[in-house]
Structure formats: C-alpha cells, structure tokens
Design a protein. Structure first.
Length: 280
C-alpha cells in the first residue's frame, strides 16, 4: 500500500515538472514576441525571388527584403545569427502571422485594403510598379506592343490579366508555376515578355547569367507599396519597425541595399517612400 502511495506521489511530481517545462517553452523557438533580446526571431521572406528574397544553394539568404529585415531585426535587438528565416509563400502570409509562426514578414508584401483587414503593416519601405521584362532590342516599349505577342506570368497572378484587360487584349497569355520558368521562356524566345512588379523583374535581370540580356520597359502600370506585415493588433511592433525603417533611410543603408540588389539591372527605383504613410 505504501508503494502505491509513493508511486502516485512520484507521478504527481513528474507531471508538475512536465507542466513547468511546457510553460517555460523552448527559447530557441521564440518568434521574437518578447520585443527583442530573445534567442531567436522568426522572419518570413520569399525563398525564390532573386534580388529580394532568395535562398542560395549554400543555404544562405540574399536580397533587398532580406537586407531590410536584417536591419530591422538589429534595431529590435537581434543579431543576424539570431534570425530564423521562414519561407512564407504569398497565399500563406496572413495565416503565418495569425498563427504566430513569424514575428513579421518582408516578402514583396503589397499593402492593400483587403490585407489591412487581416494584418497590420509597417512601412511602406519600397514603391514598386508593374512592368515588363523583355530582351534587349526587342522593340517592346509599351504594353500595347504586346498585342499578338506572347506574354508570360505566374498562374494566379493578376499582372498579366491587367495587361490583357487594359492594354493589350490580343496578347497571348502563357501562365506557368514560377517566375523562373517565365525568365527561362523569355531567354529561349518561347515568350516575348514577362510581367510582374519591376522590383522582382530587376532581381532576375541582375542575375549573373542574365546580365546584359534583358531590360525593363520602364512602365508604371500600377503602384505596389511594399510593407512589413505584422500580426493584427501588434501596434508596438509596427511602431518599432517604422522607427527602424526611418533610421535605415536616414543613415543611407536603404540606398546601399537598393544599389547592391538592383543596381546591376539598372533599376530606376523610386525614392524611399514616407515611412508610416500606409496607403493602398
């Protein structure tokens, strides 16, 4: 009988120990919700956009979004080796924030009224425009030049549909799974142009294997204000990120990041937008 009592008591102590461990959590998985100074911060980016958010073969990360996010994290109290990069595809960005998978997202995340209903935004930190990527010397300089020509974009993207609806109704639309496929098709001559945000196009054009082969048409078919997505209601983090972005612009780190990531493509970027001016 005594043995059973001791066993029961031991079970209670063991259960309490497990509960304490669970409550304490694993510091290594902290998404940075403490507001800085934790062991890790999880940040959402794209993995497949050269010049913006790219996971390289050696496992490192590069791009303008990565540089911006690294600067912001530093201002929040995290060194680069404390950042855990999390791939956040376009369709899952709002869910990743609401679930708490990441502290914030910097992933060509255009600020729209629809998205503002689900998440809060810091920024904007870059004003991009929908544009065309074409081969140098193609003769395509306006969207209307695409009538009877092959236009490539990613399945589900609104960019190509906008071109067909508003500028070139007779364009032959080719939709594929990734922008990389579109770029390969443009290089081979299977398509005549690729359309999406000019910042994304510039990133591809700046890759070593494409330098000097492509050019941006320089059109401004839409305004895309990139913001940093934060969980809805986290005003404190939004304010801290805005402060960091303002510092990045004022100390010229923003200009250096633009030149490093887009310069090889001769990307004519807009000046840094007014931080905190959240517009559609």
């Amino acid at each position: 009988m005594k043995l059973r009592k001791v066993t029961a008591a031991s079970a209670v102590v063991f259960a309490l120990a497990l509960t304490a461990t669970a409550c304490g959590g694993d510091d290594s998985s902290d998404n940075g919700s403490s507001g800085g100074g934790g062991d890790k911060i999880k940040i959402g980016i794209k993995y497949d956009q050269p010049g913006l958010g790219l996971k390289t073969p050696d496992g490192s990360f590069s791009g303008f979004d990565v540089d911006v996010a690294t600067y912001v994290a530093k201002e929040l109290g995290y060194e680069p080796d404390q950042i855990e990069w999390v791939e956040t595809k376009s369709a899952d960005r709002e869910n990743a924030l609401s679930r708490g998978d990441v502290k914030f997202i910097a992933a060509t995340y255009s600020i729209t009224d629809e998205r503002k209903e689900k998440v809060d935004f810091a920024g904007p930190y870059l004003l991009a425009h929908q544009d065309l990527l074409v081969k140098k010397g193609s003769g395509i300089s306006e969207a209307t030049d695409l009538n009877d020509k092959k236009l490539c974009s990613v399945t589900g993207s609104t960019s190509a549909q906008n071109v067909k609806k508003d500028f070139a109704p007779d364009a032959q639309l080719k939709q594929v799974g990734t922008y990389s496929e579109c770029v390969a098709a443009l290089q081979s001559g299977a398509v005549d142009a690729l359309t999406t945000d000019d910042s994304i196009l510039a990133g591809f054009a700046a890759q070593d294997q494409y330098k000097g082969k492509f050019e941006l048409a320089g059109l401004k078919l839409s305004n895309e204000n990139y913001g940093i997505g934060v969980k809805k209601g986290d005003t404190e983090t939004v304010n801290k990120i805005n402060d960091a972005l303002e510092k990045m612009v004022s100390d010229k780190s923003w200009d250096k990041a633009v030149e490093a990531n887009f310069g090889p493509a001769e990307y004519k970027n807009e000046p840094a937008p007014q931080i905190g001016n959240i517009v559609k």
